[in-house]
Design a protein around this ligand. Structure first.
Ligand SMILES: Nc1ncnc2c1ncn2[C@@H]1O[C@H](COP(=O)(O)OP(=O)(O)OP(=O)(O)O)[C@@H](O)[C@H]1O
Ligand code: SF4
Ligand SMILES: [Mg+2]
Length: 335
């Protein structure tokens, strides 16, 4: 595994068996996250962001979802290196990793909060399920966590049900639940998509604050480059199950190399800019009509002959900066 990495994902391939055929949801994905670092994962709908994170949590929907290749090595707080792909999802080892080492805020908060139990009970139960502690201590921890994420007065809100919470408050409750066992890696899958901009800013601030307090690493998944710019140290850009560019956040914004990343950047609205917003032409091809060669070629303004025939490998385009694009064959070395 990569030196001083908290998590090392290598050559990960995940597919789904459906009635129409096999969907390659994640195709040969590799990345690392270091302790305390924020990795941003960005890409259009369906590019494999959630499936990558569910695979790290060992929560792929079964039997349809399958890991076809690769490893996910997690370095635990007691110094062990565990390959998550080798663990049974229901094993004791995996359950103890989930929550205390890696935790996740799911894309749809209502799907992870049960409507029939109070918020307090749900946090207490998630604590009691995995750790040996008395109910009183779990209750105190839950109250402390609610206070920390700004759900106040905690005593009163502890007794309320999810439907009594606004969207922003539900998202805070999800964060409280994900963080109550002080994980070292938090995966936040589109944590602000359903929220208006003011609440979005508050939730992003809360995530930054909690990350600093708990000294944890964050993998933030979004289709919004604005969120990436606000939060990430390093970024991977995904397109149709593959990572097409990886770089520091600064390089992504100022020296983007891949035509897809450039297209995404040009579609961000800029205050005061009068010209029409650029959108990437065409749409993502269907899973069963994958193009030959570079998967982006039908939409790429720079495509040339080779792109239609051969899939590009990742070329090094700068310090810690790679792009899967034939344009860099001459200038970059293959990684
Ligand atoms: N349970 C499933 N069964 C079959 N296919 C699935 C399943 N879950 C995901 N997929 C497929 O895997 C691919 C990747 O999906 P994923 O949910 O990871 O996308 P995403 O990048 O998270 O998109 P979004 O931005 O819309 O959340 C898609 O083609 C999707 O249709
Ligand atoms: S390989 Fe070719 S089609 Fe693909 S992104 Fe690069 S220039 Fe465009
Ligand atoms: Mg998703």
């Amino acid at each position: 595994m990569a030196e001083d990495s908290l998590i090392t994902v290598r050559e990960l391939k995940v597919s789904f068996q459906t009635d129409e055929g096999v969907i390659k949801a994640v195709d040969n994905v590799s990345f690392d996250i270091k302790p305390g670092e924020t990795l941003g994962v960005v890409g259009e709908s369906g590019c494999g962001k959630s499936v990558t994170s569910l695979t790290i949590m060992n929560m792929l929907p079964k039997p349809a979802g399958k890991i076809d290749n690769g490893s996910i090595i997690f370095s635990t707080s007691n110094g062990d290196s565990i390959d998550i792909t080798k663990l049974d999802p229901r094993s004791r080892e995996m359950r103890s990793l989930r929550g205390s080492e890696i935790s996740m805020i799911f894309q749809e908060p209502m799907s992870s909060l049960t409507p029939v139990y109070t918020i307090g009970r749900q946090i207490v139960e998630s604590l009691l399920m995995e750790e040996e502690m008395t109910k009183e201590i779990a209750r105190e921890k839950a109250l402390e966590m609610l206070e920390l994420v700004g759900i106040v007065p905690a005593e009163q809100r502890f007794r309320e049900y999810p439907h009594q919470f606004s969207g922003g408050m539900r998202q805070r409750a999800m964060i409280a639940m994900a963080l109550c066992r002080s994980p070292r890696l938090l995966i936040a899958d589109e944590p602000t998509t359903a929220l208006d901009v003011t609440i979005e800013a508050q939730i992003l601030d809360l995530l930054k604050d909690m990350k600093d307090r708990l000294k944890m690493a964050l993998m933030i998944i979004t289709h919004d480059l604005g969120v990436i710019g606000e939060m990430a140290d390093r970024v991977v850009v995904m397109y149709m199950g593959k990572i097409v560019e990886r770089a520091s956040c600064v390089d992504i914004f100022y020296r983007a190399a891949h035509p897809y990343t450039k297209g995404l950047l040009q579609s961000i609205p800029v205050i005061g800019r009068k010209e029409r917003l650029h959108t990437i032409k065409g749409s993502v091809p269907g899973q069963f009509e994958l193009p030959e060669g570079c998967l982006f070629h039908p939409r790429c303004p720079k495509a040339f002959d080779k792109c239609l025939a051969q899939e590009p490998p990742e070329f090094r385009v700068g310090e810690d900066h790679g792009a899967k694009c034939w344009l860099y064959e001459k200038v970059g070395e293959m990684r």
